[in-house]
Design a binder for this molecule. Structure first.
Ligand SMILES: CC(C)(COP(=O)(O)OP(=O)(O)OC[C@H]1O[C@@H](n2cnc3c(N)ncnc32)[C@H](O)[C@@H]1OP(=O)(O)O)[C@@H](O)C(=O)NCCC(=O)NCCS
Length: 193
């Protein structure tokens, strides 16, 4: 757990982007507008948010010892284009659920999701020593599914996510190896970004 806490202050650097732990002061009108945009929130559990709600959300994630929540920033101009989080990070099963949002629509389809997912997978396995990561996705969210496949996630469950009949779960194992006590195919819950 102390390992997770130490990463609440660390920046993770990729080729074109960096990930910075999000604080309340990073909440802007623009960030808030992403969550209220129906193009962006179509496949998210969060469908609307005020600035105050968002500040509380970010504050709570920062305070949560089982969560790492990062803003995605472009290296060339420090623009905040989205978020990624590991939540919850489960110390018993050594696993985490991933959620990603590229909120800046100008930044869609430029490979940022793929770059960020690849970076967070390496961090989760090489630094946090997790055994697997999982996520829920709607099959109609084709860019997301494609991005997760490219980062190495495989479909593990035909079961629908309770709130979405067209959803399924994907998982990636550290070094491609399923742990001996293989986890069940449908993880518990996933919260919105
Ligand atoms: C889904 C989402 C994360 C994808 O992010 P992205 O940065 O646009 O994704 P990428 O650029 O890495 O591309 C992933 C796939 O999108 C598609 N894509 C990318 N560029 C494309 C283009 N110019 N034309 C058509 N398809 C394209 C491809 O399938 C691509 O895979 P490829 O590189 O093999 O071609 C982003 O659109 C988003 O955050 N949407 C709103 C929130 C959301 O749905 N989050 C996911 C919840 S599970």
């Amino acid at each position: 757990m102390s390992l997770i806490l130490s990463y609440k202050e660390e920046i993770l650097t990729g080729k074109r982007i960096y990930l910075k732990p999000l604080r309340e002061s990073d909440v802007t009108e623009e960030y808030c507008s992403w969550l209220n945009d129906t193009d962006i929130n179509r496949f998210l559990s969060t469908k609307r948010s005020s600035i105050q709600e968002l500040e509380k959300y970010v504050h709570d994630r920062y305070d949560d010892p089982f969560c790492l929540f990062y803003g995605i920033y472009l290296k060339n101009d420090d623009k905040h284009i989205g978020n990624i989080k590991l939540e919850p990070i489960d110390a018993i099963t050594q696993s985490a659920i991933v959620g990603i949002l590229i909120g800046d629509k100008q930044s869609w389809r430029k490979g940022y999701c793929t770059e960020v997912m690849t970076l967070i997978v390496r961090f989760a396995f090489d630094v946090l020593n997790l055994k697997y990561l999982e996520l829920g996705v709607d099959e109609r969210n084709v860019d997301a599914v494609r991005c997760y496949q490219k980062a190495g996630f495989l479909k593990v469950s035909e079961n629908a996510i309770p709130r979405e009949k067209t959803g399924f779960w994907m998982r990636i194992y550290n070094q491609g190896q399923e742990p001996k006590d293989k986890p069940p195919d449908s993880p518990a819950t996933q919260s919105g970004l």
